[in-house]
Design a protein around this ligand. Structure first.
Ligand SMILES: [Fe+2]
Length: 387
């Protein structure tokens, strides 16, 4: 008997050694990790306070020359992700500061990027020849493959929040960055593009906004398809004043049980998210409004534009106020409350479109009568599944 046990142990040991040598894994040893009973998000629900961020950004403005970094950004690193510069498993986010008169040279890349102005007016982003002005609360998108450069023409420093789908693109090993922008016009003969750091503005300022921001109407004369892929909204700038007006006009509407009044920035030509991997949203919570519990199979980063409140995540309460940022990992029970006396406005970006594309997006949520429902999302819409 003892001999048989010894022999089996020796065989098992030999098998492990052989597997390692042959670059094989013994499934039974990693089964628990491979067959997870539910998603394991290492990322934490976490908040960054504006009062901690602002002085560091301004210090960076004094100590880090823009010429040395091109983009002067402090990147949100979720404390559950081991120092990775990712705000959630699938999203990259940062606050960037540009002092008056500073510019950031042109480049393009395969990750989709966005800016939402946190403080200051007078900024601009040139996207594919269109100069988009940037004031507080405006959203500017630079979809995959669009040349873009930035600048601050105001008299004060400008701070904005960048959100990119960089972790998703990186995991799929699809990252390209290009810095060799050239324009034929820069060459007197016009025959050869020569490198230039900034785009000549070739379109009317804010033309994509003028073309596409009249809700419910589309120009029939301007098939806007700039950029490398065209798989994105033709409107590159979305104004805060329009978003705010849309929300305030609905102040008497009950809204969503789980989000209050929430609206998505969309591609005006098809109603889909402005870029394929991320959905951009803005919501208004009225004074005292408290949402119902929900957990979703997606991650999100939130920015508080105005007001104050708290988000409860798996029972832990996190307070937020003006210019604070917080990360929401996947599949955590959460709800929101406006604890102030004014309307609270939250801007958020989620990777939900990517999850939906897999066909696996789902929610579990509290119902109006205090029960629970499990919801899956199909091409025909959402469907409640009996638990
Ligand atoms: Fe960029």
């Amino acid at each position: 008997m003892a001999t048989q046990v010894k022999e089996e142990a020796a065989n098992a040991s030999q098998l492990s050694a052989d597997a390692a040598e042959l670059n094989l894994v013994e499934f039974w040893k990693q089964r628990a990790a491979l067959e997870g009973l539910e998603p394991r998000a290492d990322a934490q629900a976490y908040r960054w306070k504006w009062r901690d961020l602002e002085p560091r950004l301004r210090l960076a403005g004094e100590t880090v020359p823009i010429e040395d970094c091109e983009r002067r950004a402090l990147v949100f690193a979720n404390p559950g992700l081991g120092g990775m510069p990712h705000v959630t498993d699938n999203l990259f986010a940062a606050f960037s500061l540009y002092k008056a008169g500073e510019t950031a040279p042109v480049h393009r890349h395969t990750p989709c990027a966005s800016r939402f102005v946190v403080e200051g007016d007078g900024g601009f982003t040139v996207v594919e020849g269109e100069k988009c002005k940037m004031n507080r609360g405006d959203l500017i998108i630079t979809p995959a493959g669009t040349w873009h450069d930035h600048g601050n023409e105001g008299s004060e420093s400008l701070i904005w929040m960048d959100v990119l789908d960089l972790p998703i693109v990186s995991k799929l090993n699809l990252t390209f960055f290009e810095f060799d922008y050239g324009e034929a016009k820069a060459d007197k003969s016009g025959a050869h593009p020569i490198a230039t750091g900034y785009q000549e503005v070739t379109e009317a300022d804010d033309i994509s906004q003028k073309l596409y921001s009249a809700g419910g109407m589309l120009p029939l004369f301007a098939p806007e398809r700039r950029g490398l892929t065209g798989n994105h909204s033709p409107q590159f700038v979305y104004r805060w004043q329009a978003a705010r007006r849309a929300l305030e006009n609905l102040a008497g509407h009950p809204g969503s049980l789980h989000d209050g009044l929430i609206m998505e920035y969309v591609n005006p030509t098809n109603g889909r998210p402005v870029m394929p991997n991320m959905s951009f949203r803005v919501q208004m919570l009225r004074p005292g409004e408290e949402t119902a519990l929900r957990r979703r199979l997606s991650t999100a980063v939130y920015f508080c534009l105005e007001g104050e409140g708290l988000v409860e995540v798996d029972g832990e309460q996190i307070e937020w106020g003006r210019n604070d940022v917080f990360a929401m990992p996947s599949w955590r029970w959460s709800k929101f409350k406006n604890t102030g006396s004014e309307n609270a406005f939250l801007y958020s970006v989620t990777d939900e479109p990517v999850v939906r594309a897999t066909g696996l997006y789902r929610e579990e949520r509290e119902t109006a009568d205090g029960g629970r429902e499990f919801v899956v999302f199909t091409s025909h819409g959402e469907r409640v599944v009996e638990l």
